[in-house]
Design a protein around this ligand. Structure first.
Ligand code: 7RM
Length: 630
């Protein structure tokens, strides 16, 4: 097996992975089921951007998630589903049952004409059928592209069109707390501009009045009940694409990061096992949505590859009340709980009695992901949830990295509030200064880069390898640039300080300032927009938009609502600006670049720290901005 058991063991593994990576990763890969083993463990580099792992090996990831466990764990619970409504009975699927469900789903996809290499878009609520669909795609070699159910019709259409999906799987609607989301209605709107979609497979979750388009739309239950539960796995090459997942960056539209089969599998499995340290009887719960990378790697693939029991929760932390998470922990005897700082901060702001009413005695390990955790939230999590008795793993990673890169290993490493601490074996973090020089030694800060390839790394931006190169490998040639700032303390522990580019992290969701600006600019009354992030007590960062209008709006409140509605329409509610300021000009340099530093300081409420503004074309715009700050 590949479980690290002690601090010494970690140090030894780290050294081995550094000094003899081929042997190190081959030994780990031996634990999986292969139709054919690799010719070479690792090849390529960060200059030619042709890195590959386990070349020419043949496998199917779902055989490793499911079939491989049937003999030893066939009757063990693989998946538990907790519905939005607390009165709905919890459902469980054993490994045998999940295997059958995935095979049936895979056969449905085949009946609809889906073939190896085809792209399938999944726009669904957090229901078991979403997880079945993800694995069904992998079973037959189709590439899944999951789009978070909170995105707008336009965002969905952009993602479908970018990778030319031919099947969309959706729900009639989904439940989220007291609300329901009209997924099929939004999908119908999106599909008006998606010529490549041939069929829509609709799983019924809510009883809503939707229209089924003749010849295009089919009901899940009509096909599922008839589908055979026998579906041999497609034999895939190690570097065949497994999935595409869109994420925002500094510029332009979201990028479709592409992950391939073998490297991703090994990384998801290895990092899950070592960071969380689950035992056979444990019950693991990650509260993310499968629409994000965390839900791919740590609800779906990581836990199942290790034969763990994974919980999927449909609802939200604050409904019917803000004790829901804690009630679920007690009810389902959760041992490992993995959530985002934003959820912790939101629950921390609610009545303490709700968390105190729960026993939480089954918990062994807590985790956080998605954004920097502040000291106060860390201690609340440690005391109120962990009862000072559970290690907290602060896991730093990205959509691009496929799995956890820097984190404490539960029960093995040191837990330091606000620190991700140490890199996983195979990860070489480097701090780099503005000029691109590596900053050696400890007690230093810089831009976080990773020096060489690791198995779980995204291989490209779908359909745009040049953009992949430009975004991640051109700032510091020969290194992968993460976009994050980082501090390394005197003992070599890493603390991620946040994005250093034009990406805002709102409640753990990545939002590009350019995307929000483009959305607002589509309003006819708007000339130009500049968007920045500012510190927000619950969300981590809020969105602040400075907008220049053709003529000053007569009703500012109404105008703000228009702006918010437009962003919701173009991107989705997660990108809605919190503050909107109408301005007459933006602080631009002589070369026409917006000086965002100034806008950030004003948004932060620190107009006293603007610094040097002498290079501005018209420094007087700053006075106006400061005077009318929100
Ligand atoms: C897993 C995920 C990635 C960005 C990343 C960081 C931030 C994630 C942490 C964190 C501080 C953490 N993927 N981030 N984890 N910052 N501490 N433990 O979130 O692609 O959606 O976002 O999230 O800025 O670059 S992601």
């Amino acid at each position: 097996m590949y479980r690290i058991k002690s601090k010494n063991d970690y140090e030894q593994s780290y050294t081995n992975a550094l000094e003899a990576p081929e042997k190190f990763w081959a030994d780990i890969a031996e634990n999986f089921h292969w139709h054919k083993k690799w010719d070479q463990v690792k090849s390529g580099n960060f200059t030619d951007l042709d890195f590959k792992w386990f070349t020419n090996a043949k496998l199917n990831i779902t055989e490793n998630c499911l079939d491989r466990h049937l003999e030893k764990r066939g009757d063990k619970r693989a998946l538990t589903f907790e519905a939005n409504d607390p009165n709905t009975p919890t459902t469980h699927y054993t490994y045998k049952e999940l295997h059958q469900a995935v095979c049936k789903t895979a056969n449905m996809l085949k009946d609809l004409g889906v073939k190896k290499g085809d792209r399938v878009c999944l726009y669904m609520g957090m229901v078991p059928e979403l997880l079945f669909s993800v694995l069904a795609c992998a079973r037959i070699g189709a590439i899944h592209s999951v789009v978070f159910g909170g995105f707008s019709a336009q965002s969905l259409a952009d993602r479908i069109n970018d990778c030319e999906c031919n099947l969309l799987i959706t729900n009639d609607g989904s439940y989220r707390g007291a609300k329901s989301i009209d997924l099929k209605g939004i999908a119908d709107e999106a599909l008006e501009t998606c010529p490549t979609i041939k069929n829509v497979l609709v799983h019924k979750r809510i009883e809503s009045n939707i229209t089924m388009k003749e010849g295009r739309d089919v009901w899940w239950h009509d096909l599922y009940d008839k589908a055979s539960s026998d579906c041999p796995a497609e034999v895939m090459d190690s570097e065949d694409p497994l999935f595409i997942l869109y994420t925002s960056g500094s510029t332009g539209k979201p990028k479709g990061l592409m992950h391939t089969t073998a490297g991703y599998m090994v990384w998801a499995a290895y990092t899950f096992q070592n960071v969380f340290q689950t035992d056979e009887q444990d019950i693991y719960w990650c509260t993310a949505d499968i629409g994000w990378i965390t839900g791919h790697s740590y609800i779906t693939y990581g836990p199942l590859l290790n034969g763990a029991t994974t919980l999927m929760f449909e609802g939200v932390p604050t409904w019917p009340d803000a004790g829901r998470f804690w009630q679920i922990v007690d009810k389902l005897k959760i041992t490992h709980f993995y959530t985002a700082p934003t959820a912790i901060r939101a629950l921390m702001a609610c009545d303490e009695k709700l968390v105190e009413a729960a026993s939480l005695s089954t918990l062994k390990v807590l985790g956080t992901v998605g954004e920097p955790i502040n000291e106060e939230a860390w201690h609340w999590y440690d005391q109120k949830v962990g009862k000072k008795n559970c290690p907290i793993v602060d896991t730093w990673w990205q959509t691009e990295t496929g799995g956890i890169m820097i984190s404490t290993l539960a029960g093995i490493g040191e837990c330091i509030p606000t620190y991700a601490t140490k890199p996983l074996p195979g990860v070489k973090p480097e701090l780099v200064d503005e000029k691109g020089s590596v900053i050696e030694g400890n007690d230093v800060s810089g831009n976080l880069c990773i020096a060489g390839s690791w198995p779980g790394q995204a291989r490209t931006v779908y359909g745009d390898h040049e953009r992949f190169k430009q975004v991640y490998f051109s700032t510091y040639p020969g290194k992968y640039f993460t976009g994050d700032g980082c501090y390394r303390d005197k003992n070599g522990n890493y603390r991620i300080t946040g994005r250093v580019d034009d990406v805002i992290n709102v409640s753990g969701h990545r939002i590009g300032t350019a995307e929000v600006e483009d959305a607002i600019d589509t309003l006819e009354s708007v000339v130009e927009t500049a968007v920045v992030g500012y510190p927000h007590d619950i969300k981590g960062q809020g969105i602040y938009a400075y907008v220049i209008c053709h003529s000053t709006p007569s009703n500012l409140e109404e105008f703000s609502k228009q702006v918010k509605d437009q962003v919701t329409k173009v991107i989705g509610p997660i990108a809605k600006p919190d503050k909107i300021q109408v301005v007459t000009g933006l602080p631009k340099t002589r070369s026409g670049k917006i000086m965002r530093r100034i806008l950030r300081k004003v948004a932060e409420g620190r107009p006293d720290q603007l610094g040097d503004t002498s290079t501005l074309l018209d420094p007087s715009v700053v006075d106006d901005i400061v005077k009318n700050a929100q």
